[in-house]
Design a protein. Structure first.
Length: 204
């Protein structure tokens, strides 16, 4: 087994690192440089033709991609502590919040990143800057939705620390890197961010 990783601020491989740290699991890994374009090298494209990180090459040679899918494999093999929810309802709730974070916040954030950030200008051609800027309010609106949801709960799903918190943390931190920090008025989201960032796994 080999985990293909990338350094921060890349949010998707960080999700897997945080998850593994919460589980106390160690997996052989190889870190690729996105800046150097190693994820687009012929060698890595043989692993993942999409040229995206993370990827997990299994012992039989098969490859899993997509951060949440990789974590689901480890969850099935190491169910405790449960990070994808307890029981059918708990699992459905965690899945719901993961999808909200990805679809309502990460999707517009990725458009801001792709079309406005100078780092991506060399690979996203042309950049539609006006469109990218138009997505910033959508990111802030999604933050507001989570701020309201966290008004009376410690963690995203209302039960305990879960994959939903991991996904949201990586998105919020990436948003800050892109230039969209949590607004000062969103005290609930800020308090949640302080809590989850204080966990040792957040440094993974």
């Amino acid at each position: 087994m080999l985990f293909y990783d990338a350094v921060n601020p890349a949010p998707n491989p960080r999700r897997v690192r945080i998850y593994l740290a919460e589980k106390g699991l160690s997996v052989p890994s190889e870190t690729l440089s996105i800046v150097a374009g190693e994820h687009k090298s012929p060698a890595f494209l043989e692993v993942n033709p999409l040229g995206q990180i993370p990827a997990l090459k299994l012992d039989d040679g098969d490859v899993l991609t997509e951060s949440v899918s990789i974590c689901r494999l480890f969850e099935a093999e190491h169910p405790e502590p449960a990070l994808f929810g307890e029981g059918p309802r708990g699992q459905a709730e965690v899945d719901m919040w993961v999808r909200r974070a990805e679809l309502r916040m990460m999707v517009p954030l990725s458009m801001v990143w792709a079309h406005t950030h100078p780092f991506t200008a060399r690979v996203v051609r042309p950049q539609y800057t006006e469109f990218g800027e138009s997505q910033r309010p959508r990111v802030i609106a999604a933050m507001g939705e989570f701020d309201r949801a966290l008004a009376a709960r410690e963690f995203v799903d209302g039960k305990g620390y879960s994959m939903a918190d991991i996904v949201l943390l990586t998105i919020v931190d990436f948003a800050a890197f892109v230039g969209i920090a949590i607004p000062d008025a969103m005290a609930n989201l800020k308090a949640w961010h302080d809590r989850v960032s204080a966990r040792p796994s957040a440094q993974a």
